[in-house]
Every structure is written in C-alpha cells, then in structure tokens.
Design a protein around this ligand. Structure first.
Ligand SMILES: [Zn+2]
Ligand SMILES: [Zn+2]
Ligand SMILES: [Zn+2]
Length: 329
C-alpha cells in the first residue's frame, strides 16, 4: 500500500505540473498525446495501358490504405499500311507501344470518270466518248453508231476501151462489223463481192454471177476501168440485195450486161444511170460523174464464185465450173 500511495502521489504531482504548462490542455493536447498518421505512398502495382495500378499508403504505425490508379489507356499511332486505290481498299494500322494494334480499312472510292474525248457518230464513222479516271487514268471508250450508218460501199465499174461493148458490173464491199447479204450471197466481214450478168460467154449459163470479176481480175489482172462509188445504208443495201435476187437475167432487149448492172446500181445509189443500148454510152455517163480509174476487189477463193439459179424466193447459189474461171472478162 505504501508503494501504491507513492505512485499515486507521483502521478497526481505530474498531473498538477503538466496542468500548469500553458497550452497542454485543449486541442493541442491531441497532437501530442494522440498519434497522427503520416502516410508514405508506395507503388504496389504500376498502372498499365489496360489495368489499374495500386498505391499503398503506409504509416509508421503500420496503418495503411490502398488506392487504385487508373489504367493509362492505349496511345495509338496511325500508320497508312496501304493507300486505297480507286478499286482496292487501303489499310490503316493503329498501333500502341504496348504491342496492341488494330486495323481500319480505307474505303476504295471508285473511279472518277471524266470525258476526255467525244465525237458524234456520222454515217461513215461511229461516234466515240472516251472516259478517263481523273485519279488513276484508267480509260474506257463508248462507241455510238449513227442510226443510218453505212454498211457497204457499192461500186459500178465498166471496162474502158475502143469496143462499144465491154463488161459492166457492180462490186459491193462489206464495211460493217458483221456479214452482209447481197442477193443470195453472204459477204463476210472485210470482204466484198462482185455481181455481174453474163450471156453465153460463161459456161454456167446466162444471168447473175457472184465473184467472177473479183476472182478473174485478181488472177488475170484488170486494166482500163472506170468506176463510180456510193455508200449504202442498211436499207439501201436491202434494196440492192432484192434487186440482185430478182435480176437473174441477161437483158433480152439490149443483150448486154449494162441493163442488169445499172438497175442493181440504181436500186441503191442516189446518182441514177440510164441504159442506152451500148455499154459505151453507159461509160460516157459514168465519166461525166465523179469517178475513179481503178478498183481493188477482194480476191475470193474459187469456192466463193457462184452462178445464181432461180429468182426471188427460189434464188440459190451454185458453184461454177472450172471453165467459167479459166479466163478474164
Ligand atoms: Zn500512424
Ligand atoms: Zn497500349
Ligand atoms: Zn481511277
């Protein structure tokens, strides 16, 4: 007990002494008597681009609390890996320093065509419109046909000479892009056909022959001619073709080739010619019109030389005998 009393007295004395020190009581009493945490931050986990980080605040007293730090997020840098062309998509690659990346396509915009050339169609030449892309220079051409385009060139030719006779014939050249019909003969693309009437000089009989002149002129030569030329539209050619089908004759009145040749020519040409008994008068008419002095006819094969048999619906082709082709005209 004695000891207890001593301690009590000491404590009381201390309390009394402390109470005498100004400012010890009151609010300042907590700072000295209660512990004030003093936290020191420590990184437990660094924040990455995608994951939050963690900070721990610890006091010397071991009290601590934790706080998350926000993920940093990616920092993408764009790189054009492939430029878009007019027709192919391009690619942009976005990549982050962490290795994460994604792609985005650059939409192809299609060609941007502008007209760089344009011509209107004529009866002789198709019109064209050339389109070119202002970006990549890709080009394409549209063609437009004249509604009354020429499909053939028609010639009428006469041999010149001292004789009042002399052969006359029509030559029709296909200038279209498809085969054309002349009488009962089909003229392939790029070829022509000569049409002439013969009397008894040909072994295969009187009337219309196809390609005798063209074949023999190429084989035996042809000099001293006069020709007129006109272009034929599709409807002109149909009239000429009908005339050929229906004119498988040898002129019964003037007994020469002129009447048949002139009537075929006249059925499609705008410059009309008049049969005047002798071919020489036909030739003189031709010389008064614009004319040319030579003609190059397509060289047909022997199997392309025919005699027409029948007329109109009954008209048909028959190959000629060798005898027909063994001399000129
Ligand atoms: Zn503390
Ligand atoms: Zn990242
Ligand atoms: Zn283009």
């Amino acid at each position: 007990m004695k000891y207890f009393k001593k301690v009590l007295a000491l404590v009381l004395t201390l309390a009394f002494v402390i109470s005498l020190v100004p400012g010890v009581y009151g609010e300042e009493n907590d700072t000295t008597t209660d512990h004030v945490h003093d936290y020191i931050a420590q990184v437990i986990k660094e924040a990455s681009h995608t994951e939050n980080g963690l900070l721990r605040y610890t006091c010397l007293c071991n009290d601590f609390y934790e706080e998350e730090t926000e993920a940093l997020g990616h920092n993408y840098v764009a790189d054009v890996a492939k430029e878009a062309s007019c027709t192919e998509n391009g690619v942009i690659i976005y990549s982050c320093s962490c290795g994460k990346s994604y792609e985005e396509k650059i939409e192809a915009q299609g060609h941007n065509y502008v007209i760089i050339e344009h011509t209107e169609p004529t009866q002789e030449v198709d019109g064209i419109t050339v389109y070119a892309c202002s970006v990549c220079s890709n080009e394409y051409t549209e063609t437009k046909e004249h509604e009354d385009k020429y499909v053939a060139k028609m010639y009428i030719c006469a041999k010149r000479g001292v004789s009042p006779l002399g052969h006359m014939w029509v030559y029709i050249e296909n200038i279209s892009n498809q085969p054309i019909e002349v009488g009962v003969y089909t003229v392939p693309i790029g070829q022509g056909v000569s049409i002439g009437a013969f009397g008894l000089t040909r072994a295969d009989g009187i009337g219309i022959y196809y390609n005798v002149e063209a074949y023999t002129a190429n084989k035996y030569g042809l000099k001293n001619v006069v020709c007129m030329q006109e272009n034929l539209t599709k409807s002109d050619l149909e009239k000429v073709s009908q005339k050929v089908r229906n004119n498988n004759f040898w002129d019964p009145i003037i007994l020469n080739c002129m009447g048949i040749a002139f009537s075929i020519w006249n059925s499609g040409a705008s410059t009309k010619l008049i049969s005047l008994v002798f071919p020489v008068f036909g030739r003189l008419q031709m010389l008064m019109h614009p004319h040319i002095d030579e003609i190059n006819m397509y060289y047909p094969t022997e199997s392309q030389v025919y005699k027409q048999k029948g007329i109109g619906q009954d008209a048909r082709l028959e190959n000629v005998s060798e005898n027909t082709l063994s001399h000129g005209f």
